[in-house]
Design a protein around this ligand. Structure first.
Ligand code: 5GP
Length: 239
């Protein structure tokens, strides 16, 4: 399958039409950005690592009953997906307090959040992705109340499944952001799930294994992305 027309160019991914009207190709580029695009770089192979991890998670979630947009990879940085009408919500699930919830509210970093917190932001760079509440989401008619309930359930399912998978690999899933879209009346998990959109901490050392390494210059981003992609997708089996 080949890319036809460029439909959307985001900060780190481009979306293309294909010969099939229900399928798109997402290109995972090597661009990395942080702080609303205030910090940007191009890191060779970064797109491949994010695509590899996203594809791995989408396959795993699909096998465990979560409807995702994923079909297959064309090459290491081009993913064939179902065409969705994307919903402009950033659905964040938090198991441990870190990042903006610590900056904006009196949570101490590292505090477990049990049950996990779901926070939903409005996806709008110009407005700096403001946090929504259920009433605003419904008043803006972004989703119906039934769809909101479904999206929250899917987000918690993803959290349960990925937390368990990563725990086996010695990694704590601190938080992550996912996005959803519709085809007809059905809601699918779309976008990506990668080191750019998750906070991952090494269970033993507490080391960051995600975009925080880039945001806060905690080390060699590409070395960490390489290591964590290997760890997630090709875990060493214990005898
Ligand atoms: P925070 O709100 O603490 O900045 O982010 C919470 C989690 O969601 C982190 O894992 C972060 O990487 C992810 N996240 C939040 N907003 C965005 C966004 O606009 N893009 C991406 N890729 N991830 C985000």
């Amino acid at each position: 399958m080949k890319c036809r027309q460029l439909l959307v160019k985001g900060k780190a991914k481009s979306v293309y039409s294909t010969d099939e009207k229900d399928k798109l190709i997402i290109e995972f580029r090597d661009d990395i950005t942080a702080f609303d695009g205030g910090k940007k770089d191009v890191l060779t192979n970064k797109g491949n690592y994010n695509a590899e991890v996203s594809a791995f998670f989408f396959k795993f979630l699909g096998q465990n009953g979560v409807k995702t947009h994923f079909f297959t990879m064309v090459d290491p940085h081009h993913m064939v997906v179902k065409k969705l009408d994307m919903i402009p919500l950033e659905v964040i699930v938090r198991n441990i307090a870190a990042g903006s919830i610590v900056r904006n509210y009196p949570f101490r970093e590292g505090t477990p959040l049990d049950p996990p917190l779901i926070v939903i932001d409005y996806k709008d760079d110009a407005r700096h992705d403001p946090m929504l509440n259920d009433e605003i989401i419904i008043a803006l008619k972004l989703v119906t109340p039934a769809e909101l309930k479904k999206i929250k359930k899917m987000a918690l399912d993803v959290n349960r499944l990925l937390s368990a998978l990563l725990a086996h690999q010695g990694i704590t899933l601190v938080d992550f952001k996912i996005e959803f879209g519709r085809q007809g009346k059905t809601i699918y998990l779309g976008d990506e799930i990668s080191m750019d959109s998750m906070r991952l901490w090494d269970k033993k050392t507490g080391e960051s294994l995600d975009k925080d390494v880039y945001r806060f210059e905690k080390g060699d981003v590409m070395a960490i992305y390489h290591k964590v992609a290997q760890r997630i997708t090709k875990p060493v089996k214990k005898p």
